[in-house]
Write a protein that binds this ligand. Structure first.
Ligand SMILES: NC(=O)c1ccc[n+]([C@@H]2O[C@H](COP(=O)([O-])OP(=O)(O)OC[C@H]3O[C@@H](n4cnc5c(N)ncnc54)[C@H](OP(=O)(O)O)[C@@H]3O)[C@@H](O)[C@H]2O)c1
Length: 456
């Protein structure tokens, strides 16, 4: 372990942490500008993050006055790291260039021939900039990825509406998949005391996204008793969505693609689950033509399970599912969309939208308040981390490959300065009160599935 990791493991004081010198360089996962054409001509599925993600030493960047340096103990794989690593839909260097040339203070630093990726993190503050007021060295934090200038007036109704809003570690450099990161003080949230570093690190991006989509007034403001159709219900954002619907008295209908995932959702308390692979829906007859009779079959399956059409559709697969999502939503229902994993040029039958007065509403990450409230629910044990697997930083490519190939459940954690799992739990009594069975459900389930597959 390094000096900071040793000090953090022994609960060193703020003074001791401040006395340790920052290294001149640190280990980080990054993609390279020179590689952006490496997958030219390949299909999306053939592009391999293991080839494009590098883990090497990078020079320590200078810290801005409104930033802190965090010694990152753990981070996570988000789908945006998959996008960065396959250079789709555009290489993220284009965004770094735009940021670098924005003329904003300290922005120039971001325009580099390497992009340190990663939009989640949990760790300890080891330096604070001169303009940081509410945080100090030694604070244990999780980091949310809404990267905004809090002196920008356009962000003061909802910071996601700031003209300059970006996602840290995707549209900015110096992301969380590294031993150190630089983040704005307005990205910091308290680390949940009952969780380990890796359990704390996987939540902020996906949990906050699902919170805004379903709970916030900026999203669906879900009410008790509403039926919510959740695509990818055991995936990164989907598994938090299931928890929010159950917590809020809604009725989740989860869509997944294997019997193992059906079992996992049942264990979460989601009774109505559809295995889309087993049902073999063919929403598209060919790449250009959709099949309304298949949308109808899907809608009937939902009605058979819950006796009603969905009030809300939690939509993110995009091109493959949007036609079906618009069709099956209830009269007056809402399709909440935040992504388009299978293609962003969307087609749906507009007659089903306007004749039945349905709406499509978009959502993107979360503002600080939403991320904070979502983090508080984790800290209070009301929402659980959906951590299913953990990799060391040096194997970040393997971890991103799993997510790209849809071979994972929930969230995949990455150990950065933490050298093993299970560290960083400060309140074991509260952990017991929440219950190990709830906190580690995804981890145990994926281990059980792996054991069954290998015949153990
Ligand atoms: N705008 C934002 O702020 C925001 C935030 C977070 C994520 N996102 C985006 O949201 C998407 C999902 O992210 P994630 O973290 O949940 O990823 P994930 O962990 O890979 O989960 C996605 C799920 O989608 C399902 N899926 C994949 N292909 C499908 C298809 N053809 N039809 C139906 N379902 C399909 C899979 O479930 P089954 O195979 O089990 O059905 C998978 O579990 C990504 O595109 C990501 O970039 C956006």
């Amino acid at each position: 372990m390094g000096e900071f990791a040793d000090a953090i493991a022994s609960n060193a004081s703020a003074e001791d942490l401040a006395a340790i010198q920052l290294p001149e360089s640190f280990r980080a996962a990054f993609v390279r500008q020179e590689d952006v054409e490496m997958f030219s001509g390949l299909k999306t599925q053939e592009k391999d993050p293991r080839k494009s993600l590098h883990v090497e030493e990078v020079p320590f960047p200078e810290m801005a006055p409104d930033e802190v340096v965090v010694a990152v103990m753990a981070s996570s794989i988000n789908y945006n790291t998959v996008w960065s690593s396959i250079f789709e839909p555009i290489p993220t260097f284009d965004m770094l260039r735009r940021l670098g040339r924005s003329g904003r203070y300290w922005a120039k630093r971001h325009e580099l021939p390497y992009h340190i990726v990663g939009s989640d993190g949990a760790g300890v503050i080891v330096r604070v900039g001169s303009a940081v007021r509410n945080w100090k060295i030694g604070d244990k934090v999780t980091i949310h990825c809404n990267y905004v200038d809090d002196q920008d007036p356009t962000g003061h109704d909802d910071s996601m509406l700031s003209y300059d809003q970006k996602i840290w570690g995707f549209e900015s450099n110096f992301g969380g998949l590294a031993d150190f990161t630089l983040v704005k003080a307005n990205q910091l949230m308290p680390k949940p005391s009952h969780l380990s570093w890796e359990e704390s690190a996987v939540n902020a991006l996906c949990n906050s996204t699902s919170y805004r989509m379903l709970v916030s007034r900026n999203g669906a403001s879900m009410k008790q008793g509403q039926v919510v159709l959740i695509w990818g219900a055991s995936g990164g954002i989907g598994a938090y969505a299931v928890q929010y619907v159950l917590n809020g008295g809604g009725i989740p209908v989860g869509v997944v693609s294997s019997p193992d995932k059906v079992d996992l959702l049942h264990q979460m308390g989601c009774e109505a689950v559809i295995d889309r692979k087993a049902a073999n829906y063919q929403f598209w007859k060919d790449p250009a033509t959709q099949d309304e009779s298949e949308w109808r079959r899907f809608g009937n399956d939902i009605r058979k399970l819950v006796g009603d059409d969905p009030d809300i559709v939690f939509e993110h697969p995009g091109r493959q599912t949007m036609g079906a999502s618009v069709y099956v939503a209830k009269r007056g229902g809402l399709i909440m969309t935040c992504a388009a994993t299978t293609g962003y040029m969307i087609e749906y039958d507009n007659r089903h939208l306007w004749m039945k007065l349905k709406s499509i509403k978009s959502s993107h990450f979360a503002n600080y308040r939403e991320a904070w409230d979502a983090n508080k629910l984790i800290s209070r044990g009301k929402i659980q981390p959906n951590l299913s697997a953990v990799f060391p930083l040096d194997e970040v490519g393997e971890a991103a490959y799993l997510v790209h190939r849809n071979l994972h459940e929930g969230k995949v954690g990455i150990l950065c300065q933490a050298d093993k799992e299970g560290q960083g739990i400060d309140d074991p009594e509260f952990r017991d009160a929440v219950g190990e069975d709830k906190i580690t459900l995804f981890r145990r389930h994926s281990e059980q599935v792996a054991a069954e597959r290998s015949g153990i």
